[in-house]
Structures are given as C-alpha cells and as structure tokens.
Design a protein around this ligand. Structure first.
Ligand code: GLN
Length: 388
C-alpha cells in the first residue's frame, strides 16, 4: 500500500472543530463548540448573491477579487481607520482568512525564520508555520486575565524573527489587545524590522467600550503590516469563505503569487453579495454587534449562575469558562464527558490551542454564543443539569 500522507503533514491531527463537531451532530447535542452562527446572514445580502448569479456573474473572478468588492473594502478601511489601500495593488480577496493566512505565511517564510505568536494559538497558524520550515515562538496569554507579560514579548524577538501574528480580538480568549499592548508590539516590530500579520476576523465583535485597534493604522506600521480579515463573522456568512488581505504592493504581489497556486480565484457571485453587504455596513454591523452583546450577556450570566468561573470576553463570540468547580478532569476529557453524558452540549477544550499540551491550562472550555436564542436557552437548560 502506498504511504499517502507526507511526513510534513503527519504530525498534525484532524481539527478539533471537525472531530467534536462530528460527535455533536451524531449525538444531536446542543452545539456551542465550533465558532459559527446557527442563523443566517442578512436577507438583503443573500438576495444580492442570488441576483449576481441571475445576472451571469458565474465565471472565474479576477485573481485579486471582483472590483466592486475591492473598492468596497478600500472604502470601509478609509472610513473606519483612515487607512488608504489601493484596490489594484494592495487588496486581495481570498477564500476566507484561513487561506489568507496560509498564502501569507507560505509566501513570506524561509526555513529557519521565527514567527512570534500569542498562545493559545488559533489552530491553523502553528502547522502552517512549521510546514514552511519556520519556528513558532509562543508568548503566553496567561489566565485568568489573558494578557501577555511585556518582558516575555521583548525576549521573544531575535535576529531570526521574521513576523509576529497578532490576533485581536483573540480566539479563544476573547481578549481585545489594549493600546499599550499594541504600542509595545508596534515598537518591537519597528526596532527589529519585523512584519506584523494580523488576524482581525472579529474586528466588529467588541464589547463594553473596548476598541479594536488596527495594527496597520499605528505610526510606522502601514508599510510593514499584512492585515487579514474576513466577512464571515461580520455578516454571519461563514460558509461563504470571503476573506482578504490588505498589504503593501510588494507583499500583495507575493500573496497573489501564492494564491494563484492555491485557489486562483474566489466564488464570483458571493464576492458580489459581500460587496452589497459592505454598502450596508453602517446599519448591518452595529445591529450584529448589539445582538452578539446580548447573547454574550445571556450566556455568561447563565454559566456563572450554573457555577462556572466565567471569563467575560471583551470581544469575539466566544466565552471561556473554568469548569474546576465541577470536575478535575482535563479539558478534552471533560468536553467529551459533557458531549456524551445527559448534558449533551458541545464545547471546545482550549488546551488544543497550545504548542506544548503539558504547558496548557486544562480547566477551560470555550463556549460559542453566536447562536439563536433558542439554541442558547436549550444549551443552558442542559447545562443546568450540572447543578443537580
Ligand atoms: N474559527 C472557527 C472557530 O474557532 C472554526 C473554523 C473551523 O472550523 N476551521 O471555532
């Protein structure tokens, strides 16, 4: 029999989202695990995509993206952050931020480079960095506040540091990096001539007066930052997989070169749909943020009432809950216990987001609150069984 999987891929298992998601579906659990809304995006946006199909926008899109979408993105960042990106040379539409991150890292990294990441680390970064022969240098976000130690960050930079990935609002902790934190990262990037790669997919899900800061908007960073974001979470359309990069022309050229070998283009009618969504962003986005805020409050209050120690998130649509009042099991075991017992609720254990599992906290589960009120109520009702 042939050996199918290459050695570079063998160290990495199936994603936790796929694995637990399958069990959750089989057992018909309430799924508060994988981060996706169980409700649809706005009707007007779906209609715009349907119209694009009817109007014949069904062949390959241009490699960088369809012009109405690139222009709408340029307009969004000009208005929101005072950032001017040239749609022709600086904006690229990709298949979700996952492809954007893969294309970016693969286009930039040389073997032996070091990439700084904050840990817990979103699950795709580490394999992609390592498969490119580069080294992950992790800086912990330590429980319970999930802030980083400024000295640890300073020490993480070396002559080999090529890039730092900044995921804020942060999945899974819900941290929104403060101005002081962003400024320290900015200064270190400039001092060490390091590229900042951002993952800002939760940029519009920020609560309690916290403010999302775009790294590219800080002085000296526009020319050394690759901004990655997506419209999946912003418009509750995760299945459309429309993500993008905003980057200086030479970086954009490298990303596009890579994209041409991965996917070449992104679904044409869906890009038109998202261009329409962006036209309406000033009504759609605040509505969504407000809805998510009340879902966050509902779930966090309920979890606290049941007895979890809840880390109320500053952003994203995830809340971490310390379950040590209920069990001393490790998080992965406890997540399976919850799935398979009469509680039947799916969550995500956070130790899977650590490079070295033995350094990971094992008492936190991640709950997703981007769910209908009915799903959240059903989940909470099931979790209340823990109280008895
Ligand atoms: N971003 C989603 C999450 O964190 C998962 C995406 C995926 O399943 N790959 O839950």
């Amino acid at each position: 029999m042939p050996q199918w999987m290459s050695k570079k891929l063998q160290p990495y298992g199936a994603s936790i989202f796929a694995t637990l998601g399958r069990v959750a579906r089989e057992r018909k659990c309430v799924n508060l695990g994988q981060g996706f809304p169980d409700f649809d995006g706005p009707e007007a946006v779906k209609e715009a995509a349907r119209q694009a199909i009817a109007a014949g926008h069904n062949q390959y899109a241009p490699l960088p993206g369809v012009p109405p979408l690139s222009s709408a993105l340029a307009e969004k960042y000009r208005e929101e952050a005072g950032l001017d990106f040239d749609p022709q040379t600086e904006i690229t539409v990709l298949n979700g931020s996952t492809e954007a991150m893969y294309a970016t890292l693969t286009a930039l990294l040389e073997p032996g480079d070091e990439v700084i990441v904050f840990e817990p680390i979103y699950d795709t970064y580490l394999p992609v960095i390592q498969m490119n022969g580069a080294k992950v240098v992790a800086v912990p976000l330590e429980a319970p506040a999930f802030a980083f130690d400024p000295d640890r960050l300073t020490k993480a930079f070396s002559a080999k540091t090529r890039a730092i990935i900044i995921n804020t609002p942060h999945n899974p902790t819900g941290r929104v990096f403060s101005e002081a934190e962003m400024t320290q990262i900015q200064q270190l990037c400039i001092e060490h001539d390091v590229i900042a790669i951002t993952d800002e997919v939760y940029e519009h899900l920020v609560f309690d007066g916290h403010r999302h800061i775009h790294m590219a908007a800080l002085p000296g960073m526009r020319e050394r930052t690759i901004t990655i974001s997506s419209t999946a979470k912003t418009f509750s359309l995760t299945g459309w997989k429309i993500g993008y990069t905003l980057a200086p022309p030479e970086a954009t050229e490298a990303i596009r070169r890579m994209h041409q070998f991965i996917a070449f283009a992104v679904a044409t009618p869906l890009q038109h749909g998202i261009a329409a969504a962006l036209q309406q962003r000033n009504t759609l986005i605040p509505q969504l943020a407000e809805e998510m805020n009340s879902k966050r409050d509902f779930l966090c209050n309920a979890l606290a009432d049941i007895g979890f120690n809840v880390s109320v998130p500053q952003g994203t649509f995830f809340a971490l809950a310390d379950f040590s009042p209920f069990s001393s099991e490790k998080d992965l075991d406890y997540a399976l216990t919850l799935l398979k017992s009469e509680v039947a609720v799916a969550t995500i254990p956070i130790s899977v987001f650590y490079q070295h599992q033995n350094e990971a906290p094992t008492n936190y589960l991640r709950f997703c609150f981007a769910k209908t009120d009915a799903t959240l109520q059903a989940g909470v009702a099931q979790l209340r069984r823990l109280k008895n």
